[in-house]
Design a protein around this ligand. Structure first.
Ligand code: SF4
Length: 477
């Protein structure tokens, strides 16, 4: 039987969730994390406040696995707030010690933090902390932020000021939710690399990486947390907002819209579904193809393929079947896990392929190894021609802001021209969407509000010494 191998994709990062002022905060956080599971499958955790006391439960695995054995009372006995996290390790290795939320004693407070993103100066700060005698448990940026905050803390004060000062001294990408006995905080780095939205559910205030988590619990989307904003929710549900830092420009991650975020939600105030279809339409306009059928590589290529088919007038067909019961195993964090998961099946449907000139829509090509395998499988099924269209530009540079690309030398588009890549992956033709074409597909902000460094090499925040090393350590595929 022909099978497709799935491994050649950038890896997800993390998902965060927080809800303040709700008696079932923990259970709603668990549901919110289910909706964010695509952002990380290595570990999950929930920190909650109950009767003025803090409880933390985290473990390795999927949300369903990590919380399965907790007694019903843990969920039912009323709480006042909770934060949660699902993790893929962009910085820091995969182990329980790096699972989040991180919780520490802070003077008279117990402070917990959940973080999405990667700090460009995380390695340098870590070294400084160690030289000054800090004892670090794991190797995540999140722990670094907490240590820097602890050094800024004034005895007796609420930890928020110390956290704010710490965030001013870190660089790179962070969307965070934090919680202590005094309330909850949500904040975003000044460029707004990673998403973070705010919602409401009756009297409760909710924060989440994506609106799909709000939908999951029936909460209403209110707005995005702004880049550089620090929002405090106190124990009575009062909200206080402050712009604590300013970068001069935004740099939202365009790849969230191209690939990472769920298509059924809003990210950076854009409908992910609409943007992906627009990418497909633009791709058809820029790179038309004489083919019999438009076919996506599921799941990432589906909406771009719908847009491509719509604009080109070619029929759309699902000729590749994905086994949804196996899960997104390619986001396994280390080599061994990925190799063992490599046999995940994307099965071709021969009847849909045989004798056809297929236009295959991909959302990205990273190393190119699995693209070649897919093309070969289509040909084995009797495809007359295989043309590949990619709904974003070639990836030529790594990401330092929380997406786990391979290092530059491994990126196929960094080493070869497009016609050479076409020969390597054995397609009849290959085209990528242009950078300007991709950026023209966002509607609610301007192209200059987006980061596209992995396509252009233009970094909004320069990585500092140690930043690249952390990435390379974690991508040993
Ligand atoms: S470098 Fe690419 S993946 Fe990283 S934040 Fe920028 S657009 Fe997103």
């Amino acid at each position: 039987m022909n099978t497709f191998l799935e491994s050649d994709k950038p890896k997800d990062h993390c998902g965060i969730f927080g809800i303040a002022n709700h008696p079932q905060a923990a259970d709603l956080t668990r549901l919110g994390l289910y909706a964010l599971q695509h952002r990380g499958q290595e570990s999950a955790g929930i920190f909650l406040l109950r009767n003025g006391k803090c409880e933390l439960h985290k473990g390795m695995g999927l949300v369903a696995d990590v919380f399965r054995k907790l007694p019903k009372e843990w969920w039912k006995t009323p709480q006042s707030m909770a934060i949660g996290h699902v993790r893929y390790s962009t910085a820091g290795s995969s182990s329980l010690v790096n699972a989040q939320p991180f919780a520490v004693e802070f003077d008279k407070w117990y402070l917990a933090l959940a973080h999405n993103g990667t700090l460009t100066n995380g390695g340098a700060l870590r070294n400084q902390l160690k030289q000054n005698g800090a004892i670090l448990q794991g190797n995540t940026d999140t722990e670094v932020v907490l240590h820097v905050a602890a050094r800024n803390h004034r005895m007796g004060a609420k930890p928020w000021d110390a956290l704010k000062t710490a965030l001013k001294s870190v660089a790179g990408a962070y969307s965070i939710v934090a919680s202590c006995e005094a309330g909850m905080v949500a904040a975003r780095d000044p460029h707004g690399f990673r998403p973070l939205v705010m919602g409401s559910l009756d009297q409760a205030v909710v924060f989440a990486s994506e609106t799909t988590a709000l939908d999951m619990i029936g909460a209403k989307y209110e707005r995005d947390v702004k880049p550089g904003e620090f929002i405090i929710v106190d124990n009575n549900g009062n909200i206080e907002s402050e712009m604590f830092t300013f970068a001069g420009r935004k740099a939202h991650c365009i790849f969230e819209l191209v690939y990472f975020a769920r298509p059924d939600g809003l990210v950076f105030e854009e409908s992910v579904y609409e943007v992906r279809k627009a990418l497909g339409r633009k791709l058809a306009e820029e790179s038309p193809v004489d083919a019999d059928v438009v076919m996506p590589v599921p799941d990432g290529g589906v909406y771009a393929a719908l847009g491509f088919a719509e604009a080109s007038g070619l029929p759309f067909d699902l000729g590749i079947m994905r086994n949804h019961y196996i899960g997104r195993t390619f986001i396994q964090p280390n080599h061994e896990a990925r190799v063992s998961a490599l046999r995940i099946k994307l099965n071709p449907i021969s009847e849909a392929i045989k004798g056809k000139r297929v236009c295959l829509i991909e959302d990205s090509i990273v190393r190119g190894n699995t693209s070649r395998e897919r093309v070969r499988t289509l040909r084995d099924c009797g495809a007359k021609e295989v043309h590949m269209r990619v709904s974003c530009p070639p990836h030529i540079s790594p990401c330092y802001y929380g997406i786990d690309f391979p290092n530059k030398e491994e990126l196929i588009a960094n080493n070869y021209e497009i016609d050479e890549i076409a020969k390597l992956i054995q397609v009849d033709s290959l085209s990528y969407l242009s950078l300007s074409g991709m950026l023209s597909c966002v509607k609610n902000s301007t192209a200059s509000d987006y980061c596209h460094a992995c396509y252009s090499g233009e970094y909004a925040v320069k990585p500092s010494l140690g930043c690249e090393r952390e990435h390379v350590d974690d991508v040993d595929e």
